[in-house]
Design a protein around this ligand. Structure first.
Ligand SMILES: Cc1cc2nc3c(=O)[nH]c(=O)nc-3n(C[C@H](O)[C@H](O)[C@H](O)COP(=O)(O)OP(=O)(O)OC[C@H]3O[C@@H](n4cnc5c(N)ncnc54)[C@H](O)[C@@H]3O)c2cc1C
Length: 386
């Protein structure tokens, strides 16, 4: 057992750390304040190959795996979560479904441009009436018997990367039929941006992740070719469970990055800020807080890397992914609260990175499965069924 990174992964970590420090950190605060998508930073991430990290080279990827993706996400989120979630959603939700379940033609059509960051992909699962209970999908897709096309109707909400100028497609889940017992048959279908009847709403006004793109999507008799079905009809439910299991490992890495970023900023500030004639970091109350924050970030890192190692090895990883997501998001919120406290009044000012981290932490306990859903998954894996 060895928890150290290979030389290649350490090199990747250092490269992304430098990029986050030199390119993202100086600029992202302004984008965040303006609620603006940072195209120039995302373009640079594309040039670095980050969107292709876990995909094979034959489709334009870097030939890496989920460990590589997690390393990149953690380093980005140490500095900023908006760019990290743009990468996470682009890779884990946008491109990965096509890589895992797509036909050869779908892979050749979409993956090279997704891997280069030329276009972004999105995944539309959540609906206004159903997030955690994703099986309650109301969006429908029926086949036009004459043309063979899919005709999609419905609404999706909170979809990341779905309305940028470079969004290329959204994979949507839709009910395409019923089983003999009346249960819905859910399928996943690729819908290119700009397809007539596919409307993207204005960006939401969000508490955090303000330099990332989140929209509501409407589908009114949207027609796409029969060949846009992803994988087998009726397998959409199983497909998105797999996508979400993997995505949780990525979100756990991102949450670890945020938790570590809070430590970085707090150590720096505790050395600089003086009160009562000495640095606030000379007080044991502050030291103990920072020590606990470091303990949590370190343990979260072990948890996501453990889940990623199992995923990469082809072993069952559902429980480990849920544990890592639950733990890392909890400690991200803890550390963001404590880092803000250490910064005093300045922690409440948006010019300080910890203010951004505080606003960005909460969604980690909600997106890609709430903390309650993670507990349900863990209990189920332990054999407890309600
Ligand atoms: C910024 C942002 C980006 C997002 N990006 C995407 C995206 O790209 N694609 C996408 O498909 N979705 C996306 N989502 C949606 C996100 O995954 C859902 O919001 C999340 O899964 C929760 O669903 P919900 O909001 O419908 O809450 P609900 O499911 O309505 O849950 C409400 C509360 O009830 C609890 N609850 C529900 N059922 C149970 C139960 N059985 N037992 C105990 N507690 C329960 C939940 O844990 C939660 O606390 C995004 C959301 C946000 C805010």
């Amino acid at each position: 057992m060895d928890h150290r990174l290979s030389p290649e992964l350490e090199e990747l970590r250092r490269t992304v750390e430098e990029f986050a420090h030199d390119v993202v950190a100086p600029k992202i605060g302004d984008f965040y304040e303006r609620h603006e998508f940072p195209y120039e930073i995302v373009r640079e991430m594309g040039r670095m190959g980050l969107f292709g990290l876990p995909f094979p080279e034959e489709y334009g990827g870097m030939g890496g795996d989920y460990l590589a993706l997690g390393i990149a996400l953690e380093e980005l989120a140490r500095v900023d979560s908006s760019v990290a979630i743009t990468l996470e959603a682009g890779v884990s939700l946008g491109a990965m479904p096509i890589h895992l379940f797509g036909t050869e033609e779908q892979k050749r059509t979409w993956l090279p441009r997704l891997c280069s960051g030329e276009i972004l992909g999105a995944f539309g699962l959540t609906e206004p009436d159903g997030g955690s209970d994703a099986g309650a999908t109301r969006t429908t897709a029926r086949r036009d018997e004459t043309t063979g096309e899919w005709v999609i109707n419905g609404t999706k909400c909170f979809i990341t990367n779905s309305g940028t100028d470079i969004t290329g497609l959204v994979t949507v889940t839709a009910v395409t039929g019923r089983k003999p017992d009346g249960a819905p048959l859910i399928s996943a279908i690729l819908v290119p941006s700009g397809t007539p009847g596919f409307t993207v709403a204005a960006p939401y006004s969000k508490v955090g992740w303000n330099a990332s793109d989140t929209r509501e999507l409407s589908f009114a008799d949207v027609r796409v070719p029969a060949a846009n079905l992803l994988g087998t009809e009726g397998r959409g439910y199983a497909q998105f469970l797999r996508i979400l299991d993997e995505g949780r490992v990525a979100i756990a890495a991102l949450a670890t990055g945020l938790a570590q970023g809070c430590v970085d900023e707090s150590v720096k500030y505790a050395k600089e800020r003086h009160a009562f004639g000495r640095p606030i970091g000379a007080n044991q109350a502050i030291q103990f807080k920072v020590a606990d924050m470091e303990m949590k970030a370190h343990t979260a890192r072990l948890a996501w890397r453990d889940a990623a190692s199992k995923l990469v090895a082809g072993e069952p990883f559902k429980k480990e992914a849920a544990l890592a997501k639950l733990y890392s998001s909890t400690v991200a919120v803890d550390n963001a609260r404590d880092a803000t406290q250490i910064h005093g009044g300045y922690g409440f000012m948006n010019e300080y990175p910890v203010a951004r981290m505080w606003r960005d932490a909460k969604i980690l306990e909600i997106g890609e499965g709430t903390s309650e859903v993670q507990r349900m998954l863990i209990a189920r894996e332990l054999g407890l069924v309600s």
